[in-house]
Ligand binder design. Structure first.
Ligand code: MD3
Ligand code: FE
Length: 201
């Protein structure tokens, strides 16, 4: 496995996953999506996000007119499927955390989807890292500072890349400016999948 690079306090593992591992992950994520379909979360202002989402694990991330929160149920009313073993294995290999993830959030970007700069602060324990796995088309990731504004740094995330956001990096503003459609053949329908693993409680 490649050695991680340190960028702004997070650990970046370019090409951590082999093509076979990426294909196995996609199959496992398809099973999650079959049980818990992707949905377009509504922001509290009433506009749908351009990224589609679903989750696995005890908690999933939802957003509607009541606001953003973790929920033990999919918007359809059922509980979330279990986090696949293939995904848990990545957390155990790179997180350095004794805790197990409680949420596996799956973000789906089709051409034109983006995610504005934000902080992840809906979790109770910022000491636990967030682990991110990129699959499919390249995504232009932007990372800034602990407060809005200031210099940002951009990085193309490619299929098979893994990021570990721990320590001070855990609370940095970040987002996805755009994806580059057609840069990967991993997903038959194209687009980008990002998986984030989090401790929530
Ligand atoms: C930096 N997802 O789901 S993953 C998110 O590619 C999210 O879908 C993006 O931001 C995506 O909240 C970026 C990389 C990432 C994930 C969590 C972080 C970067 C982070 C938490 C803190 C700081
Ligand atoms: Fe985030």
């Amino acid at each position: 496995r490649p050695q991680p690079q340190q960028i702004r306090g997070f650990r970046y593992y370019p090409g951590w996953l082999t093509p076979a591992e990426q294909a196995a992950l996609v199959a496992d994520l398809r099973a999650v999506v079959a049980a818990a379909p992707l949905f377009s979360p509504m922001t509290p202002t009433g506009k749908p996000m351009s990224v589609q989402m679903t989750s696995a694990g005890r908690f999933g991330w939802v957003s509607d007119r009541r606001g953003y929160r973790y929920s033990e149920t999919h918007p359809g009313g059922r509980g979330w499927p279990a986090i696949p073993e293939s995904v848990l294995a990545i957390w155990r290999a790179v997180s350095g955390s004794a805790r197990e993830p409680e949420c596996c959030l799956i973000n789906h970007y089709s051409a034109g989807a983006r995610m504005g700069l934000h902080q992840d602060r809906d979790e109770a324990d910022f000491a636990a890292p967030v682990v991110s796995i990129s699959l499919g088309d390249d995504g232009l990731f932007r990372i800034g500072n602990a407060t809005r504004g200031g210099k940002t740094q951009s990085l193309w995330l490619r299929s098979g890349d893994v990021l570990v956001m721990g320590g001070a990096a855990r609370l940095l503003y970040h987002g996805i400016d755009r994806i580059a459609p057609g840069t990967s053949l991993l997903l038959a329908q194209g687009g980008r999948l990002n998986v984030t693993l989090r401790v929530v409680t």
